[in-house]
Design a protein around this ligand. Structure first.
Ligand SMILES: [Zn+2]
Length: 95
């Protein structure tokens, strides 16, 4: 005789997590002008906005990062992606 199987324990329903409230990227000011909540990327120029994190701002396009220090200053750091890459050997001796 095999062992009597116990019924599987009932799974509790997974509660859906509430999505974090986000600030709107664009909002209309009192005088009817458009107010943007995010800072533009200094590298990519207009049209590229930096994501606001709790301690830093980052650009999604060039991954430029600005760290917000405790005394309110901004420390920026470049990224690998925008650094010029050394040409490969196969590219060096072309032409
Ligand atoms: Zn950028």
């Amino acid at each position: 005789m095999g062992k009597k199987r116990r019924p599987a324990p009932r799974k509790e329903k997974v509660k859906k997590k509430k999505k974090a409230q986000r600030k709107p990227i664009l909002s209309v000011g009192e005088d009817g002008t458009i107010v943007r909540s995010n800072v533009q990327c200094p590298r990519c120029g207009p049209g590229f906005y930096m994501a606001q994190h709790y301690d830093r701002r980052t650009c999604g396009n060039c991954s430029f990062t600005q760290f917000l220090t405790k005394d309110g200053n901004v420390r920026s750091r470049g990224s690998r992606r925008t650094r010029q890459r050394r040409p490969r050997r196969s590219e060096q001796y072309r032409r």
